[in-house]
Design a protein around this ligand. Structure first.
Ligand code: DX5
Ligand code: ZN
Length: 221
């Protein structure tokens, strides 16, 4: 079974000092850095693009987990790969040619992720299971940090776990993950946990560390 990974989303970090925030959260125990890319079209908010990821890359060797909430996505995959993403996760809803997008990410040498909005059925993944390294189950509607975890997504995580069988696919959950909600998501079968406001909402690096430790402990039990 795959390890528990805590992936802070820098969406909730202080954008005026992102490099320092990324270094702090890695020193505080983060496993992956989750980078939320929003285009104001696929989702009703705008965040940042590949140049910001490129600027962050020298600040840490941590795994850059890039969640692209953009449509169309294919024209930008190479730019995100070159910027230093380690994994690239695309939305199944972002275009008509999911399989092509996944093949492009694979050809760029990156880990391949696919994500589903809360209302999108798992069945859209049935025919691409051997092409992916990570499935991200959105537990809020994408676009904003600080929303509440949608409890119906627990059954969806469990169904994902059943669907992947013995394939070594990471099951990630994103949205509303806190010390209160992480345990149920872990028991349902997720092993990668995105948390934005729960971590970066804390005051300083020492508080990030305490929060990450508590998240990890609650995911393990
Ligand atoms: C939402 C993003 C999330 C978001 C999570 O569209 O994909 O990664 O930053 O934020 P919290 O943890 O505050 O729900
Ligand atoms: Zn995200």
């Amino acid at each position: 079974t795959l390890p528990i990974r805590i992936a802070p989303s820098v969406l909730a970090a202080d954008f005026s000092r992102l490099g320092e925030e990324v270094r702090d959260v890695v020193e505080a125990g983060a496993d992956w850095i989750h980078l939320d890319i929003m285009d104001g079209h696929f989702v009703p908010n705008i965040s940042f693009g590949p140049d910001v990821i490129k600027a962050l890359r020298p600040h840490t060797t941590a795994f850059f987990d890039c969640h692209l909430m953009i449509a169309p996505v294919d024209p930008y995959l190479e730019a995100f790969a070159k910027a230093g993403c380690d994994s690239i996760t695309v939305h199944a809803e972002a275009g008509p040619h999911l399989h092509r997008s996944l093949q492009t990410i694979r050809a760029l040498g990156k880990k391949v992720g696919v994500t589903l909005n809360p209302a999108t059925p798992l069945s859209v993944l049935e025919n691409v299971l051997d092409d992916i390294d990570l499935i991200l189950i959105m537990s809020v509607n994408p676009g904003f940090g600080g929303q509440k975890f949608i409890p119906a997504m627990l059954d969806k995580i469990a169904a994902t776990k059943a669907m992947i069988g013995n394939r070594p696919i990471e099951i990630q959950v994103d949205g509303g993950i806190t010390t209160e909600t992480i345990g149920a998501a872990a028991r349902a079968g997720a092993n990668v946990f995105v948390a934005g406001s729960a971590i970066f909402g804390k005051a300083d690096k020492a508080a990030y560390r305490t929060e990450i430790e508590t998240l990890r402990r609650n995911a393990e039990t």
